[in-house]
Every structure is written in structure tokens, then in C-alpha cells.
Design a protein around this ligand. Structure first.
Ligand code: NI
Length: 269
């Protein structure tokens, strides 16, 4: 386990931008516009399978050890996912959103592909310092990737990319030159970035105390066991939080919005 939060997130960021070049460009663009301020991350999201060796609980240990606390639970019935979010007492540290795929709810074929992937992982791997950005511990065939993709975009993404940050999220509240998320989106579109429009460009809003948008994932070439394929990697998210009646900013997540954000790694078209 890492003993320093900033080192962990710095390593996660390096791994993430290496396969998400657009996030690096957006990061530079927003940082410049804001007068070269450091961007604050609202949250960082992780994906996994609900298999003991690597489940949500195993991933969360890395953050609990750094002083994070579990704060919310979410269910995505259609996508067959469960998720939890974690917060740190230091509110400048990103919240952490971890989801896990409910493997037993899929066909025997799909389960077998996933179980074969996980069988390649060393028994104690999930507790290693670098596990959260260790990528894949296996290589699947392009046919197995397609089988997973037909059943679950999330399962296919995991097969290709493994353990790493699925997305970082800019806190719009901490961008001094932007008042609202719509203005951030407008600047990104002007600069040629493609936003996820599933469920509308902005998911949520003041009525649920959280507004979110995201880019569509970059398309990156991946080496499968038999061939190379160009597939979606990671995306960048933007979140604006609104005050609750007591004056504090809402810190939770909105399942209906997160459901659409997941689709940022769908293949276009
Ligand atoms: Ni997110």
C-alpha cells in the first residue's frame, strides 16, 4: 500500500495520461485558462470484478489505509454493477469511486473468460503498492474481447485495460475562471474535444446537487493475443457540486448520472 496520497495519485495520473492523451491536453487547456492554477480533482474512478482476489473491497483497502472513509453505495442494475464512494477529511484530496461488475449475473461463456483473466493474477497482487495502476495481468484474444463487449462494455474495458484509473474528474467549483459547467463544456467543444451526449451533455444539475459531463474516451491501439485493435481507453470528467440547504456542498454521487458517465468508454457509433 502507498503511504502517501499525493504519490499514489501522481502515479495514477501518469499511467492514465499515457493512454488518454486528450486528458493531458484538456488538463493543460483548463489550467492555462484558469491562470495556471493547479486543477483540483473532484474524484477518481476505478473499475473491477466482484471476484474475491480483486473485488471492490480489495481496491478500497488502498484508500482506507490512507485515511479515506466509505460514504455512499450505489447499484446499477441494468449494467450489473455495484459501487461505493470514499472521501478523505482533507477535501482537496479527490473522492474515490470504485465499481465492481457482478460476474455471476453473466452467461457461462462470459464468466469463463473473466475467471481465466483473474486466474493469472498472483494471490497477493491486490495488496501491492502499484496494484491500482498495474493494468492487465493477462492477455485475451480479440474474439474473447468481442464476446465480452457484446455482454458488457465494462467487462470488455477491463479485459483490455485492467487495473488503473478509469477517469479523473476536474472539480469545476475549484476553477476560478468558470462559474458553471456549461461554460467548461463550451470551451472544450470550441477546442475540438468530443463530449459524451448520452443522457444529455450535462448529467444531473442543481436539482440533484451535482452536474457532470465528460469527454468520450480516446481510441488507442491495444495488442490482443492474436491481433491489434483500436479501442476506447479512458475519458476525462468534469463535475460541479451545489450547496445543500445547510450550505455545505453535496459530496455524494447520483446513480442516474453515473449510469450515463459509464458510457463514455463505449465505442462511438
Ligand atoms: Ni466519475
Amino acid at each position: 500500500m502507498h503511504s502517501n496520497i499525493d504519490t499514489l495519485f501522481a502515479n495514477l495520473w501518469q499511467d492514465y495520461v499515457a493512454i488518454t492523451p486528450s486528458a493531458k491536453k484538456v488538463h493543460e487547456l483548463l489550467g492555462e485558462t484558469a491562470g495556471k492554477v493547479a486543477l483540483i480533482n473532484d474524484h477518481v474512478a476505478f473499475r473491477t470484478f466482484n471476484i474475491d482476489k480483486v473485488n471492490l473491497e480489495k481496491l478500497s483497502q488502498h484508500f482506507l489505509a490512507l485515511g479515506y472513509e466509505e460514504k455512499g453505495q450505489y447499484n446499477f442494475e441494468q449494467k450489473k454493477l455495484k459501487a461505493k464512494h470514499f472521501e478523505h477529511a482533507d477535501t482537496t484530496k479527490p473522492k474515490v469511486f470504485i465499481s465492481e461488475l457482478l460476474v455471476e449475473e453473466f452467461s457461462a461463456d462470459v464468466q469463463a473468460i473473466i475467471q481465466n483473466m483473474i486466474a493469472n493474477i498472483a494471490e497477493n497482487a491486490a495488496s501491492q503498492d502499484d496494484f491500482l495502476y498495474s493494468g492487465t495481468h493477462w492477455q485475451v484474444s480479440s474474439a474473447d474481447y468481442e464476446t465480452l463487449l457484446a455482454a458488457s462494455e465494462y467487462a470488455a474495458w477491463m479485459a483490455a485495460w485492467g487495473f488503473r484509473a478509469n477517469h479523473f474528474t476536474v472539480s469545476v467549483n475549484h476553477l476560478p475562471h468558470f462559474q458553471v459547467l456549461a461554460d467548461v463544456n463550451a470551451q472544450l467543444k470550441d477546442a475540438g474535444f468530443v463530449l459524451n451526449t448520452s443522457g444529455g451533455e450535462i448529467k444531473g444539475g442543481p436539482e440533484v446537487h451535482l452536474a457532470q459531463s465528460s469527454t468520450m474516451a480516446d481510441q488507442i491501439e491495444v495488442q490482443f493475443s492474436d491481433t491489434k485493435k483500436q479501442i476506447p481507453s479512458c475519458f476525462y470528467e468534469f463535475a460541479q457540486r451545489y450547496a445543500l440547504p445547510d450550505g455545505d456542498l453535496y459530496q455524494g454521487f447520483v446513480a442516474a448520472s453515473a449510469d450515463k458517465i459509464f458510457e463514455s468508454t463505449n465505442a462511438k457509433g
